[in-house]
Write a protein that binds this ligand. Sequence first.
Ligand SMILES: NC(=O)c1ccc[n+]([C@@H]2O[C@H](COP(=O)([O-])OP(=O)(O)OC[C@H]3O[C@@H](n4cnc5c(N)ncnc54)[C@H](OP(=O)(O)O)[C@@H]3O)[C@@H](O)[C@H]2O)c1
Length: 175
Amino acid sequence: AWGGLIDLPLASTADTLLEALDAVDGEDQVAWRDGQRRVARLVQADTPPAAPLSFSADACYLVTGGFGGLGLVVARWLAEHGARHIALLGRRPDLGAPGVAEIEALGAKVHTVQADVADEAAMARAFEQLKRDAPPLRGVMHAAAALSAAPLLQLDDAMVRQMLAPKLAGTLVLK
Ligand SMILES: NC(=O)c1ccc[n+]([C@@H]2O[C@H](COP(=O)([O-])OP(=O)(O)OC[C@H]3O[C@@H](n4cnc5c(N)ncnc54)[C@H](OP(=O)(O)O)[C@@H]3O)[C@@H](O)[C@H]2O)c1
């Protein structure tokens, strides 16, 4: 049978525990905080509306995996919100990628960069290229991914390494 959960601060006295046990309101999960008995309830958060999002026209925003499905969507969204320099990065940058012209039609310049995001030396060259060709980098959207539809049990070490390289090694290079 299910009893209940009583979450007490470390410095509680036995009286607090007895008070918690004495409750007859049927609550089966209670926590004591600052002398108050609290129960589990979802309430609407009282958060102020977020400031409208915009991007600086005199900065550059890098999208790794920028020629992929998500990368192009993110790049278009950046352009719609005011970004005027967007760098798309992939191992095989495709100048004719569908979507690039659409982004440029929104008024943004697309800078294409060829690099493996997990390769530190290649990324150093990529950042040098951007420093030369584009305004200062102000943000990075990391959407590079090597996806595989293989079931977990069929993955071997090489496949796992290949999948994790852009996500893990790439994140470490970018940070
Ligand atoms: N699509 C969705 O609806 C969706 C939804 C939620 C989350 N996601 C996540 O978003 C990420 C991207 O998904 P996607 O659908 O856009 O995949 P995708 O179409 O396969 O695009 C991934 C892009 O990453 C690039 N890439 C892969 N390895 C790279 C590396 N080492 N260095 C640089 N670029 C690399 C690929 O280009 P190259 O091979 O030329 O390098 C490719 O253009 C994934 O993590 C996915 O799980 C996607």
